[in-house]
Design a protein. Structure first.
Length: 414
């Protein structure tokens, strides 16, 4: 594995003893770094802010690990319940390091409550009760969910970096700057401007040159803001292929009450419907590095225990089934889902494409509503030549001013 200079700095920092905040723009290799870190001996509790991210990482959710639940009753009530739970207390006492991925989706209240629980459970007045904490993510891509009370009009984001806990955690910031997804320096520079909602004239002109309706005979993934748009297009395109649909039922095992949660969050559908000639997306990283999450290919042969997929590179991969697991707070398997790690790929939601590298994209920006959403869509490709788009307007590249100020402060101290 060849590391960038930024990644080498990150790995050295992670090998230390301090708390760490690992961040960087799209395609800078954050996931590669953390996959290497969590393989090291000594044990790291791998957590994520969402069930989907936890399943892909092979980890647990922050909420289950710390006993946050849905934060019912407020912080004090959550802390009280957690400390009465012997399993939570024992787990936190025996854990030395936790890694929290997609930290940008954890709100201030959740971070502060988790820290209080850790400190009290470990009976240690130090931040996090002396637990070492590594947080990973990009606040310019995935914001925390805002729960708006009807009639209040409240829309302020509860960014966790605003919390006193964030400051007291004394995170060593590591900012990955070198993009490894793309070697197109011109495109990387423009994406850097779009990340901060600051497209210059050259950026706009380049994007305008890529604006068009869906190209004729387009072979790639169309990105939509809404799930129903993606699902509808995938089924329409599948129907146009000759031949009979081959259906692969996902095998679910585990506790019945957890199966619904797994179905919502697993990266594979309950039933995978395919035909030869279908465009598909791989939904996991291959240990043999033949493909990554987001790699596109065309189904060439359908079998009972293997599917042959021709990648856009021309290479053919024989793919077996994979298992995705929902873990309990202790790391035990509550439920599992087994099927071929593929999705139909004529269309995908922008959110579902987060973290993926796509070979060709047509991005529909007309329905974007969230800060950073357009940037996520456009940064999936390795080169601007692999991108077409529609719905372009300066207003889609919105960035929360607090996020911009926060990263400016990181630059001042790094």
């Amino acid at each position: 594995m060849e590391w960038t200079q930024d990644q080498e700095v990150a790995l050295r920092t992670l090998d230390g003893l301090n708390n760490v905040f690992l961040t960087g723009g799209a395609g800078t290799g954050k996931s590669t770094v953390i996959r290497d870190f969590i393989k090291k001996p000594g044990g790291v509790a791998v957590l994520a802010s969402t069930g989907t991210a936890a399943i892909l990482l092979g980890g647990r959710t922050v909420h289950s690990f710390f006993g946050l639940g849905i934060m019912e009753g407020g912080s004090d009530a959550v802390v009280e319940r957690a400390l009465k739970h012997r399993g939570i207390v024992q787990r936190l006492r025996k854990t030395n390091v936790v890694l929290m991925d997609e930290i940008s989706m954890i709100g201030t209240g959740e971070l502060e409550t988790a820290e209080r629980i850790a400190r009290k459970a470990r009976q240690n007045s130090s931040p996090w009760g002396g637990l070492r904490v590594v947080v990973v993510g990009d606040f310019a891509q995935l914001p925390p969910v805002v729960k708006v009370e009807p009639g209040t009009g409240i829309s302020e984001r509860p960014w966790c970096f605003r919390s006193s806990v964030w400051r007291e955690s004394l995170f060593d910031p590591v900012v990955l700057k070198e993009v490894v997804r793309s070697r197109d320096e011109h495109w990387n520079r423009i994406l850097g401007r779009l990340r901060w909602g600051d497209p210059d004239r050259e950026s706009i002109e380049l994007l305008q040159s890529r604006a068009s309706p869906v190209p004729l005979h387009f072979q790639g993934t169309r990105l939509f803001a809404r799930r129903h748009q993606a699902d509808s297009l995938n089924q329409e395109r599948l129907k146009t292929l000759p031949g009979t649909v081959r259906s692969y039922d996902t095998l679910y095992l585990g506790k019945a009450q957890r199966l619904d949660e797994l179905r919502r969050n697993a990266p594979i559908p309950e039933v995978l419907n395919l035909k030869e000639g279908a465009l598909v997306m791989f939904r996991q990283n291959d240990p043999e590095y033949r493909f990554v999450n987001g790699t596109l290919g065309t189904v060439r042969k359908l079998g009972d225990e293997a599917i042959e997929v021709e990648l856009f590179s021309g290479k053919t991969v024989e793919l077996g089934k994979a298992t995705f697991s929902l873990l309990d707070a202790e790391g035990g398997v509550l439920a599992s889902a087994t099927n071929f790690p593929l999705n139909l790929a004529w269309a995908c939601t922008i959110h579902k494409a987060q973290g993926a590298t796509l070979d060709r994209v047509h991005a529909d920006l007309r329905g974007v509503w969230e800060h950073g959403q357009a940037y996520v869509a456009l940064s999936r490709v390795r080169s601007v030549d692999d991108l077409t788009l529609e719905g372009l307007s300066p207003s889609v590249f919105r960035v929360d001013p607090e996020v911009r100020d926060f990263y400016n402060s990181l630059r001042a101290i790094s």
